[in-house]
Design a protein around this ligand. Structure first.
Ligand code: DX5
Ligand code: ZN
Length: 227
């Protein structure tokens, strides 16, 4: 998914989320961090699955023309299977779909893989890990929400750390490679602990694009892993 990622390197893959950026200047926001990160996390909200709205495939397609970064598209929408192909065509590299929104979850994950993309399954903080167990052979990554989705800048839900550790144990027993992504409330004070708990891909919204200097903010997060 991300070239040469290994936990033996002792650091996660940072995925800055544009949710905390200025939506009137998304292209410029991504350009700022283009040479400093590998992934951009794009939050898609429909006002139904979550109480907020963001952007659709047309905006992603326009951003795609400006950036070479891995586009990680997090679908917080109802009926996500109806939209997978549209987001794939717009330039997504990774698409994650919520278990809570998918009566046919495995079909959705397969659809994402058949389009040549990396497939992720997401669960909300209140959804038990057991809800993704059957999906693990069909997923390239599992995204654990560490806030209730819908808004940036919320506080990390402390009980999620144990959930990350428990998923780490499950994933480490698998034959196939499944990465663990976390999303919500991550900052320089907790990022090292959450990586230790088992997260591979760490979404950071407010801690990057909510800061006056996003590049400096990325460096501050990376400094948490310099031994
Ligand atoms: C929340 C989104 C997140 C959001 C995280 O529903 O899925 O990706 O941007 O923002 P922070 O890091 O500010 O909690
Ligand atoms: Zn997200």
């Amino acid at each position: 998914m991300i070239k040469n990622y290994s936990r033996t390197d002792g650091k996660p893959i940072l995925c800055p989320s544009i949710l905390s950026a200025d939506f009137a200047a998304l292209g410029e926001a991504i350009e700022k961090v283009e040479d400093h990160v590998d992934v951009i996390h794009l939050d898609i909200m429909d006002g139904h699955f979550v109480p907020n709205m963001t952007i659709g495939p047309m905006v992603i397609a326009d951003l795609r023309r400006r950036s070479q970064l891995v586009f990680d598209v997090h679908l917080m929408i109802e009926n996500p299977l109806d939209w997978i192909e549209h987001f794939a065509n717009s330039g997504a590299d990774m698409i994650s779909i919520h278990q809570e929104a998918c009566p046919h979850l495995l079909r959705g994950l397969q659809q994402i893989r058949d389009l040549g993309l990396k497939a992720g399954v997401v669960i909300n903080p209140g959804t038990p890990l057991a809800a993704v167990e059957e999906a693990l052979p069909y997923a390239d990554f599992v995204l654990l929400m560490t806030v209730n989705p819908g808004f940036g800048g919320q506080q990390y839900i402390d009980t999620m750390t144990d959930k990350i550790s428990r998923l780490r144990q499950v994933v480490d027993q698998l034959d196939n490679d499944v990465l663990i992504q976390i999303d919500g409330g991550v900052n320089p004070d907790n990022i090292a602990r959450l990586y230790q708990a088992g997260a591979d891909l760490i979404v950071v919204g407010n801690a990057v694009f909510g800061q006056p200097d996003p590049v400096q903010a990325v460096e501050t997060l990376r400094a948490c892993f310099v031994s």
